[in-house]
Write a protein that binds this ligand. Structure first.
Ligand code: PLP
Length: 349
């Protein structure tokens, strides 16, 4: 601890990202990366962009990228903000809306970064617990006078998702912006996507990621979609060059290859269904997932299972949240990867 650092920062815990082992040889099912490669068009775009022009700064507004994302979603480019992964967008949004002493709300269990970025603002993070069946009390989001509300949809670690109607009703009741974090939306029923709500709900901001569906976690790219008047304010908050030249061209190429996205997604959904059934067969409680991972509780002690998997070079994510049983969040890998996981789990159940 240093006396030079602001006290709200010395008091807070930093966010601890999932383990990224540097040595190879692991079956990596712990941070929800896509097990399949990105579109070949991404590699072509990257190769074409690697050259002398890298000495120049990138487009600070990511203009072509915004146009491409806007065309895909049928919105105006003024409604798109590019970010260095969706984490960057969540930080920009929080910096814009949450000041010292302000409270922001989100569900629990959910993505723990929300709490960290609210604490960085010297704000107050309020956890609203899920009820049975992963139901959320909209009233609890509305009553606290929050400056910002986050909803990951689908959520992590459960993989559960709220309906678009539920999100619309929540947005109508809220006096503050509602961030619908759609990092996993590519694996969910499109009927849940919240972009359709922007026309009637000026307080909704949707965030999307290239790390999951598009297999580009190493690139760091995401975008937010919101009403132009909100995006214009968020533009002032972002770093000048928050998206580098390579991620911009790669993102455009990835968005233009929806067929590739659909192919990879279909494979993941098939494996997800098989994994869910197999885990239930082994005695685990598994939430019906709309994401590229499943949440398994209720089997043998999760901590021991996690350690045994790791000894056998299979990495899952052990997660514990107050008031909820400890569990394993398991990314949907390739079929052979999931076969190996199931083989190890069946030895211990
Ligand atoms: C709910 C949720 N939102 C956002 C992110 C961050 O995504 P990105 O890699 O685009 O920063 C994650 C990463 O795992 C996540 O689980």
């Amino acid at each position: 601890m240093s006396r030079f650092v602001q006290s709200h920062i010395t008091r807070m815990q930093g966010y601890v990202p999932g383990e990224q082992p540097r040595g190879g040889g692991f079956i990596k099912l712990n941070t929800n990366e896509n097990p399949y490669p990105p579109s070949p068009r991404v590699f072509e775009a990257l190769s074409a962009a690697i050259g002398e022009r890298l000495r120049l700064y990138p487009d600070p507004l990511a203009t072509e990228f915004r146009k491409t994302a806007a065309a895909l979603h049928g919105v105006d480019p003024e409604m798109i903000l590019a970010g260095n992964g969706s984490d960057d967008l969540l930080t920009i949004i929080t910096r814009a809306f949450v000041g010292p002493g302000d409270a922001a709300a989100f569900a629990s269990p959910s993505y723990l970064l929300y709490s960290t970025i609210v604490s960085l603002q010297n704000g107050r993070a309020v956890f609203i617990p899920y009820g049975p069946g992963w139901a959320l009390d909209a009233g609890a989001f509305v009553e606290g006078g929050y400056k910002l509300a986050f909803l990951a949809n689908p959520d992590s670690p459960s993989g559960s998702a709220q309906s678009r109607g539920w999100i619309a009703a929540l947005a109508s009741r809220l006096e503050c912006p509602l961030v619908v974090d759609e990092a996993y939306a590519d694996f969910a029923d499109p009927g849940r996507h919240a972009i359709a709500l922007l026309a009637d709900h000026p307080n909704v901001i949707v965030t999307r990621s290239f790390s999951k569906g598009y297999s580009l976690a190493g690139l760091r790219l995401g975008y937010a979609i919101g009403r132009p008047e909100l995006i214009a304010e968020l533009m002032k908050v972002k770093d000048s060059y928050n998206c580098d030249a390579l991620s911009q061209v790669a993102g455009i190429a990835a968005l233009r290859d929806q067929e590739h996205l659909a192919g990879n997604t279909a494979r993941i959904l098939a494996t997800r269904a098989r994994l869910t059934i197999a885990l239930r067969g082994l005695g685990y409680t598994v939430t019906e997932s709309e994401a590229n991972f499943v949440w398994a509780t209720g089997g043998p002690p999760a901590r021991e299972t996690f350690a045994r998997l790791k000894e056998n070079r299979v990495l899952a994510r052990l997660m514990s949240y107050p008031g909820f049983p400890e569990g394993l969040r398991i990314t949907v890998g390739t079929d052979p990867e999931i076969d190996r996981l199931l083989e190890l789990l069946s030895e211990s159940s």
